[in-house]
Design a protein around this ligand. Structure first.
Ligand code: MG
Length: 366
């Protein structure tokens, strides 16, 4: 058996987020999705998702120029071998970034194929699923306006979410969300993700400003993201729980973070870290350190499905991150519809749901 075709398909999907769309990496936020499609000589098709955001053109190019030519003609069942060989070939191009994101998408597609070949959902192929559905937290994008934060916090709660994560950096916005949750009487959890803006000293000041907000965690307070000693200091010197890991570049990078005692929650991202193969290594590392996993998964494609399968393997019920945005069209439709604050763990072979080609065709970026 071998793969006969490997392609990267970029989508740009309409979406609304209950407020003006923020800048991301200096550009207005769009909802891109970079799908990876691998077809075998047996006619099976596997789907993956590579990290995209504003870097999708580079990731698509990396997939087409570097990855696809080395995959076509290979035995697609040799996932570990392909992952190892390609990582070794591409390491000089950067362990994080376009080449690694392209490899992540490929790896997810190969695992989807493996599940389809075996006639098993991914979680059954990997082990034992402890859950048939998982709780989801609403990951609100940055509004930068406390009234919009209040309105969207109430909206998320009314849709059944029982945990809310903000991407706000200002104290008043965080306090506004806390007040909205308290007023709702739902006892919902609140988390704040600030995306690496502060020094260690600034982080400690801000942690103190958030002390009355009862945060479940503060995510990525410290710049640069690699400063694990700084993060560990914030964790020790404040009473706040720390989450990080979406910007880690490899499983060994996670080992360094865990060794440093930097986090209360480790956040691997399956579309960035090298796909399912590398994510499984991070799961083992986190378990060995007794550090709970809290997946990074603000995706609407196969990356979210893969995260559901992987998280179902954890005995402790663990929250899934879902972007709080309404898509005008969704390639995965019902499979990623949050109901009463939960997502179903897919039960079909492989990832359990293929993208709807009508949506793919309509929103494909040339
Ligand atoms: Mg984050």
């Amino acid at each position: 058996m071998s793969s006969v075709r490997a392609e990267a398909i970029a989508l740009r999907l309409p979406f609304e987020m209950g407020g003006p769309k923020p800048l991301f990496a200096g550009l207005p936020r769009q909802m891109e999705m970079l799908l990876i499609r691998v077809e075998t000589d047996q006619g099976l098709v596997g789907w993956g998702e590579a990290f995209s955001l504003a870097i999708w053109p580079a990731v698509r190019s990396a997939f087409e120029q570097l990855v696809a030519p080395l995959v076509v003609g290979q035995d697609e069942a040799d996932i570990a071998g392909i992952s190892e060989r390609l990582q070794r070939q591409f390491h000089i191009l950067g362990r994080g970034g376009a080449a690694m994101y392209a490899l992540s998408g490929l790896d997810i597609a190969l695992w989807d194929l493996a599940g389809k070949r075996a006639g098993l959902p991914l979680h059954a192929l990997l082990g034992h699923a402890h859950h048939s559905s998982l709780p989801v937290y609403a990951s609100l994008m940055r509004y930068g306006d406390k009234d919009l934060v209040t309105r969207n916090t109430f909206e998320a709660l009314s849709r059944g979410y029982r945990a809310i994560k903000l991407h706000e950096v200002r104290t008043d916005a965080v306090h506004a969300a806390r007040a909205a949750i308290d007023a709702s009487g739902t006892q919902s959890a609140l988390m704040v993700d600030v995306n690496c803006p502060w020094t260690v000293a600034q982080s400690l000041v801000m942690a103190d400003e958030f002390r009355d907000c009862d945060l479940l965690w503060l995510e990525e307070p410290v710049w640069p993201p690699e400063d694990f000693a700084g993060l560990a200091h914030v964790r020790q010197a404040s009473s706040i729980q720390i989450a990080a890991g979406e910007n880690n570049m490899s499983a060994p990078h996670f080992a360094q973070m865990l060794q440093a005692g930097a986090v209360d929650f480790a956040q691997p991202s399956v579309t960035k870290i090298g796909g399912i193969t590398e994510y499984l290594k991070v799961m083992q590392l986190a378990a060995a350190h007794g550090t709970p996993l809290m997946p990074h998964s603000p995706y609407f494609g196969p990356g979210l499905l893969a995260t559901l399968h992987l998280t179902a393997l954890l005995a402790d019920e663990t929250m899934i991150e879902a972007s709080f945005a309404d898509l005008g069209a969704s390639p995965l439709g019902d499979a990623i519809a949050v109901r009463d604050g939960r997502l179903q763990v897919p039960q079909g072979p492989g990832l359990g749901c293929d993208p709807d080609m009508a949506v793919v065709t309509r929103y494909r970026v040339a």
